[in-house]
Design a protein around this ligand. Sequence first.
Ligand SMILES: [Zn+2]
Length: 98
Amino acid sequence: MLPTKINLSKSKSLIINWSDGNNSEISLERLRRFCPCASCVTEKEKMGNSYFPIYNFDQLEVKNISVVGSYAITIHWADGHNTGIYDFPFLFNLGLSK
Ligand SMILES: [Zn+2]
Protein backbone atom coordinates (compact mmCIF):
# COMPACT_ATOMS: atom_id res chain seq x y z
CA MET A 1 0.00 0.00 0.00
CA LEU A 2 1.39 3.38 -0.97
CA PRO A 3 0.27 6.91 -0.16
CA THR A 4 -0.92 8.98 -3.08
CA LYS A 5 -1.10 12.14 -1.01
CA ILE A 6 -0.07 13.23 2.48
CA ASN A 7 -1.61 16.32 3.99
CA LEU A 8 -1.04 18.08 7.25
CA SER A 9 -4.43 19.26 8.42
CA LYS A 10 -5.22 22.30 10.52
CA SER A 11 -6.80 20.04 13.10
CA LYS A 12 -3.36 18.73 14.08
CA SER A 13 -3.44 15.51 12.17
CA LEU A 14 -1.91 13.87 9.16
CA ILE A 15 -4.29 12.82 6.42
CA ILE A 16 -3.01 10.11 4.12
CA ASN A 17 -4.70 9.08 0.91
CA TRP A 18 -3.76 5.50 0.04
CA SER A 19 -3.41 3.91 -3.36
CA ASP A 20 -6.47 1.72 -2.73
CA GLY A 21 -8.66 4.80 -2.29
CA ASN A 22 -8.86 4.69 1.51
CA ASN A 23 -7.89 7.59 3.76
CA SER A 24 -6.26 7.58 7.16
CA GLU A 25 -6.33 10.42 9.64
CA ILE A 26 -3.70 10.14 12.34
CA SER A 27 -3.41 12.75 15.07
CA LEU A 28 -0.02 14.36 15.54
CA GLU A 29 -0.11 13.33 19.17
CA ARG A 30 -0.49 9.71 18.10
CA LEU A 31 2.35 10.03 15.60
CA ARG A 32 4.60 11.48 18.25
CA ARG A 33 3.63 8.89 20.82
CA PHE A 34 4.43 6.05 18.44
CA CYS A 35 7.65 7.59 17.15
CA PRO A 36 9.57 4.55 15.92
CA CYS A 37 13.09 5.93 16.52
CA ALA A 38 15.43 3.98 18.78
CA SER A 39 15.53 6.52 21.60
CA CYS A 40 11.74 6.86 21.88
CA VAL A 41 11.21 3.11 21.68
CA THR A 42 13.87 2.49 24.34
CA GLU A 43 12.38 5.11 26.64
CA LYS A 44 8.94 3.50 26.38
CA GLU A 45 10.39 0.05 27.02
CA LYS A 46 12.26 1.25 30.09
CA MET A 47 9.13 2.78 31.57
CA GLY A 48 6.95 -0.22 30.75
CA ASN A 49 3.37 0.12 31.92
CA SER A 50 4.13 3.29 33.83
CA TYR A 51 4.85 5.11 30.57
CA PHE A 52 2.58 7.92 29.63
CA PRO A 53 3.42 10.75 27.28
CA ILE A 54 3.92 14.34 28.37
CA TYR A 55 4.34 16.68 25.46
CA ASN A 56 5.01 20.32 25.16
CA PHE A 57 3.70 22.39 22.29
CA ASP A 58 6.86 22.06 20.18
CA GLN A 59 6.75 18.30 20.37
CA LEU A 60 3.35 18.19 18.72
CA GLU A 61 4.10 20.76 16.05
CA VAL A 62 5.32 19.57 12.66
CA LYS A 63 7.79 21.74 10.77
CA ASN A 64 8.37 19.53 7.79
CA ILE A 65 7.79 16.07 6.38
CA SER A 66 10.27 14.45 4.07
CA VAL A 67 10.10 11.25 2.08
CA VAL A 68 12.66 8.51 2.73
CA GLY A 69 13.33 6.42 -0.37
CA SER A 70 10.00 5.15 -1.57
CA TYR A 71 8.97 3.42 1.61
CA ALA A 72 8.72 5.91 4.46
CA ILE A 73 8.50 9.49 5.70
CA THR A 74 10.41 11.36 8.35
CA ILE A 75 8.64 13.94 10.46
CA HIS A 76 10.59 17.01 11.52
CA TRP A 77 9.06 18.14 14.79
CA ALA A 78 9.37 21.72 15.99
CA ASP A 79 11.49 20.61 18.97
CA GLY A 80 14.16 19.34 16.56
CA HIS A 81 13.32 15.65 16.83
CA ASN A 82 13.51 14.00 13.40
CA THR A 83 14.99 10.54 13.79
CA GLY A 84 11.76 8.56 13.53
CA ILE A 85 11.30 6.83 10.20
CA TYR A 86 7.63 6.02 9.68
CA ASP A 87 7.38 3.42 6.97
CA PHE A 88 4.14 3.13 5.05
CA PRO A 89 2.88 -0.15 6.54
CA PHE A 90 3.51 1.30 10.01
CA LEU A 91 1.51 4.44 9.14
CA PHE A 92 -1.24 2.34 7.65
CA ASN A 93 -1.54 0.38 10.89
CA LEU A 94 -1.49 3.53 13.01
CA GLY A 95 -4.42 4.78 10.96
CA LEU A 96 -6.38 1.56 11.51
CA SER A 97 -6.07 1.14 15.25
CA LYS A 98 -7.52 3.91 17.35
ZN1 LIG B 1 11.60 9.45 18.45
